[in-house]
Ligand binder design. Structure first.
Ligand code: MN
Length: 168
């Protein structure tokens, strides 16, 4: 039986502060990191990615304005999505536990090889700080700039909706 492809999503979320929620389908859930500056296609950029609680898979295509009074109030849209392919491992959960995961993304914006590496030796580490990095490959783009998907046209089509889980 062919394994169905694993998926990833990046949500652009303008709650108290704009950030990008980077989510990988691992172990039947969405492992999630908040990336303040957003992912980059440039290997020169190492982006802080703060691990946040897992989100259920149903959240993968969630787009709405989270109403005031709810956690993460503000607009959230899918910034990119596609296939997620773990590299060099059959057990991405174990790789995450060990603080390092390499993977390929097949999105519309994010393509090619990436890595997530836990920063274990920060002086004030909470254990949640990771770096999200593009690896050098044919898809890499120097001087990459994150472009917003929270455009007036998309915002106009968003409805207020309480998410299926608490979201940061
Ligand atoms: Mn968020």
């Amino acid at each position: 039986m062919a394994k169905s492809a694993l998926r990833f999503v990046v949500h652009e979320h303008r709650s108290k502060r704009l950030h990008y929620d980077f989510r990988l389908e691992i172990g039947g859930t969405l492992k999630s990191w908040a990336v303040p500056k957003g992912p980059s296609m440039s290997p020169a950029d190492k982006r802080l990615a703060v691990m946040v609680p897992d989100h259920p898979l149903v959240y993968i295509d969630f787009e709405a304005i989270i109403p005031e009074g709810h956690y993460g109030a503000g607009p959230v849209v899918v910034w990119d999505e596609g296939e997620f392919v773990p590299l060099d491992t059959d057990d991405p959960e174990a790789s995450l536990k060990n603080g390092k995961l390499s993977f390929e993304l097949r999105g519309k914006k994010l393509k090619g090889a990436f890595a997530l590496a836990q920063m274990k030796h920060l002086p004030k580490s909470t254990g949640k700080e990771w770096l999200l990095m593009k690896k050098k490959d044919a898809h890499a783009l120097d001087g990459y700039e994150v472009k917003t998907e929270l455009t007036p046209a998309r915002l106009k089509n968003l409805k207020e909706q309480v998410p299926p889980c608490e979201t940061e």
